[in-house]
Design a protein around this ligand. Structure first.
Ligand code: NAD
Length: 373
């Protein structure tokens, strides 16, 4: 099989779907690889590193894609890429199907098989393929560093000849993969850390990275290990407890998300107005509507005493290693479907079935088919 590695086209995207070292391992599965010129440049992998790894360079994207059996990308590719793909070929990338209806229909009509990386089931066997987790871990690590840049305070306690500076208070709201890494980073930098989530099992996870858990007395465990939406009564109870912790914080990082919904609102305008002068909120829910009232995706805004940061692509800020982990997620996925250089997906396998969005002229995911057809 021939595998094509695309150059990303989204303006804020520095990642690349496959790095040279992992490409060599794909070649061992019997694949021939080609990369679009300049694809890895922004992620610290110049063209020469690909040619040294046995990957050929192609300048013209259309001919690269037209010859490929498998096309790899990070972001959903442009429509013209899909239209250039061979019928029966495989696309592996993030798709976000419900926000890309035209692209999904084009994949169906082109008879392309699509593996949507965000649809990899969150089960133990698929952990090594779970790109949402690998990217969220890096994004979570980076969020407190970004917050520090917008603060006029340091995180650790510091003793100086003219007296001591107090350690900063960091509150992380939403303790999934990203939130736990954010807490761990803030703790390592010397902050006094608190974590909050609606899933009670996160109490111990917060403790394991050196943080105290904010107990609101509400349990919102939902299906499949994710959170469910809160009732109005529960929301009011939580708000009262959280307001005190929000007012004490020098930095807040929010990561809360409920699958398929807009980001839950965790900080409202009144709570924001009650924060300390010069405090910072890094809202990782920004691409999905924001966890904090007033967040503007892709912008840094001042709201009363607070600097509100709304990053839209944190993994791209760590493109070298985000690409490395993403490439390994893809390698582990392709190992399931490539046998002696032949592409043979087993659609009865849970992981493959769960990840497949389109195949053989149909949208195979029932929920997305219903939404789009
Ligand atoms: P996510 O990005 O969907 O959500 C982030 C966090 O926000 C979650 O912890 C969620 O509980 C929390 N949240 C939702 N509503 C909230 C609210 N109103 N207030 C506060 N917090 C709120 O989560 P994720 O990082 O993708 O992972 C979610 C879960 O899935 C975790 O339990 C994680 O351990 C699990 N997981 C399992 C696997 C696996 O087994 N392979 C892989 C990844 C994640």
């Amino acid at each position: 099989v021939t595998i094509a590695i695309l150059k990303e086209t989204q303006p804020d995207e520095k990642r690349v779907a496959m790095i040279p070292a992992v490409a060599q391992r794909l070649a061992h599965l019997g694949a021939t690889l080609a990369v679009e010129q300049g694809a890895g440049q922004a992620a610290t992998y110049p063209d020469a590193t690909y040619t040294q790894a046995g990957v050929s360079l192609v300048a013209d994207r259309t001919s690269l894609v037209a010859q490929a059996d498998i096309v790899l990308a990070v972001q959903p590719p442009p429509l013209e890429v899909v239209q250039a793909m061979k019928p029966g070929s495989l696309l592996v990338s993030f798709l976000y199907a419900t926000s890309q209806p035209d692209l999904v229909r084009a994949l169906r009509d082109q008879r392309v098989t699509t593996f949507a990386m965000e649809m990899i089931p969150r089960i133990s066997r698929a952990q090594a393929m779970d790109a949402l987790s690998s990217q969220a871990a890096l994004a979570g690590y980076y969020a407190p560093l970004l917050g520090c840049v917008h603060m006029q305070k340091i995180l650790p306690m510091m003793t100086t000849a003219v007296g001591s500076l107090r350690a900063a208070h960091v509150l992380v709201m939403g303790l999934g993969v990203a939130g736990l890494q954010a807490l761990a980073t803030a703790h390592r930098l010397g902050a006094i850390c608190e974590g909050y989530d609606v899933r009670p099992e996160t109490r111990e996870e917060a403790a394991s990275v050196g943080a105290k858990f904010v107990d609101t007395g509400v349990d919102a465990r939902g299906a499949g290990g994710y959170a469910r939406e809160l009732t109005a009564e529960e929301k009011a109870k939580v708000r009262t407890v959280l307001s005190q912790h929000i007012a004490q914080a020098d930095m807040i990082i929010t990561t809360a998300s409920v699958p398929g919904r807009r980001a839950p609102r965790l900080i409202d305008a009144q709570q924001l107005a009650g924060m300390k002068e010069g405090s910072v909120v890094v809202d990782m829910g920004a691409p999905n509507g924001g966890n904090c009232e007033g967040t503007k995706a892709g912008e840094i805004v001042r709201v009363g005493p607070v600097t509100l940061v709304g990053p839209t692509n944190l993994p791209s800020c760590l493109a070298a290693q985000a690409s490395e982990l993403y490439a390994k997620n893809i390698l582990n996925l392709l190992q399931q479907v490539l046998h002696d250089g032949v592409l043979k997906p087993d659609f009865t396998d849970d992981v493959i079935a769960g990840t497949t969005l389109t195949h053989d002229g149909t949208i195979t995911n029932p929920a997305i088919r219903q939404a789009l057809e």
